[in-house]
Design a protein around this ligand. Sequence first.
Ligand code: CDP
Ligand code: MG
Length: 139
Amino acid sequence: MGDAMEDTLMIVKPDAVARGLVGQVIARFEEAGFEIVRMRMQEPDPDLIRRFYAEHEGKPHFPRLIAYMVSGPVCFVQLRREGAVARARGLVGATDPADAAPGTIRGDLGIDLPRNSVHASDCATAAAREIALVFDGAR
Ligand code: CDP
Ligand code: MG
């Protein structure tokens, strides 16, 4: 039996949108068998971004993370396939582009921290919370 069908939340972050990489990032997920369920381009509301990254509040990188994420448009994408959460994390690669393997999105396209080009939910619980926050107006 294969992995259960599940959804995850991916974000094409401002550094990648600014460099014209939205299509390339989304294509990598489609080529890996993900279905696009919903997507939205937006200059994100700072409140949404602060709630999204609430678990990082108080960490040294929190201010720069928030400033970066509201520095320009992002593309929010809800993706679906079997084992979506773990597979998306694999495609995305390590958090720091300097540590991310070639062939991963951050390894190929990421610049530095916090400019690592993409977000992908880190577990199914986070995916459900993030999708509700971004697409269903949950607080
Ligand atoms: O995004 P990921 O789940 O891989 O990493 P995280 O630890 O949940 O951090 C969220 C985001 O904060 C990262 O993707 C980076 O953009 C940023 N970050 C940073 O700027 N400096 C760090 N030391 C760690 C994370
Ligand atoms: Mg994370």
